[in-house]
Design a protein around this ligand. Structure first.
Ligand SMILES: NC(=O)c1ccc[n+]([C@@H]2O[C@H](COP(=O)([O-])OP(=O)(O)OC[C@H]3O[C@@H](n4cnc5c(N)ncnc54)[C@H](O)[C@@H]3O)[C@@H](O)[C@H]2O)c1
Length: 237
């Protein structure tokens, strides 16, 4: 499962009580939201932000913000709030975004192509460095600023491009065997869109994106809100 180990020994500002601290998964998710907001504030030259303003823009409660940021040793100052640039740096550090993340996408179909063309990854710290497929018709074609590489050369291209993260945008039937090769090539961070359970060694971080499951969860909540027996659960009730 995804987890972030926060090293606390990097700068004098980090808490020193523990060598490393694991952030709760919900905190990790919210930190990404705060970071997006903070980066927008930085871009417009805002220097300080209150926990209330940060909470509102991230769509969470301000108590959550204070708790989440306290894991990072950032407590803000009453009446003054948080310093935007400092907090943005701290969150990026906690999320490992100060590392160089070089992402390879395997599968240059509808999804892989859309991901390869998406310009928004770079600004969030992820360089897409390679795109693979098995279809010989696609070899060498340009998608975004990448040329499709043959998956037969997976290991050598991953090494040459210094990729350290892989996205699998493959049919379910081939995902495990490609995943095994990716792990064998030394990649420890994998994001899979394939609708299949993949097995990886314990030292590999595997995340699965399943939009259909998310939609089902949304449908469940929508249906609950329509149930007359649950009147009191409705917003504004
Ligand atoms: N999780 C989600 O929310 C979500 C959303 C959309 C699609 N998907 C899944 O993502 C995957 C890709 O979807 P798509 O619409 O792009 O499919 P697609 O059929 O358009 O693309 C799949 C690509 O994988 C390539 N491929 C097949 N075997 C390969 C191999 N061994 N090595 C490298 N490339 C290989 C094919 O040539 C093709 O270009 C599917 O499994 C789909 O179910 C998931």
């Amino acid at each position: 499962m995804w987890s972030v180990t926060l090293s606390t020994a990097q700068t004098p500002e980090e808490p020193t009580a523990e060598a490393a601290r694991q952030l709760p998964p919900a905190t990790v998710s919210r930190l990404t939201l705060y970071l997006r907001t903070l980066n927008a504030l930085l871009a417009e030259g805002t220097e300080r932000v209150s926990s209330e303003a940060l909470a509102e823009s991230a769509g969470v409660g301000s108590a959550n913000v204070r708790k989440d940021l306290s894991y990072l040793g950032s407590y803000g100052t009453r009446g003054v709030g948080y310093e935007v640039a400092h907090l943005s740096r701290k969150i990026a550090q906690a999320l490992g975004l100060t590392h160089e993340w070089r992402v390879a996408i395997v599968g240059a179909g509808n999804l892989g192509r859309a991901l390869a063309r998406y310009a928004g990854f770079e600004s969030r710290g992820f360089d897409v460095v390679a795109l693979f497929d098995a279809d010989q018709m696609l070899m060498g074609t340009e998608i975004g600023w990448l040329r499709v590489s043959d998956v037969a050369d997976l290991e050598s291209v991953l090494a040459k491009t210094r990729a350290n993260m892989v996205v699998l945008a493959l049919p379910a039937g081939v995902a495990q065997s490609v995943c095994d090769r990716v792990v064998g090539a030394g990649i420890h961070s994998i994001l899979s869109f394939a609708p299949v359970a993949l097995t990886v060694p314990a030292y590999v971080n595997l995340r699965k994106v399943d939009m259909a499951t998310e939609l089902q969860i949304l449908a469940y909540h929508a249906q609950r809100l329509q149930d007359p027996r649950l009147e009191e659960d409705r917003p504004g009730a």
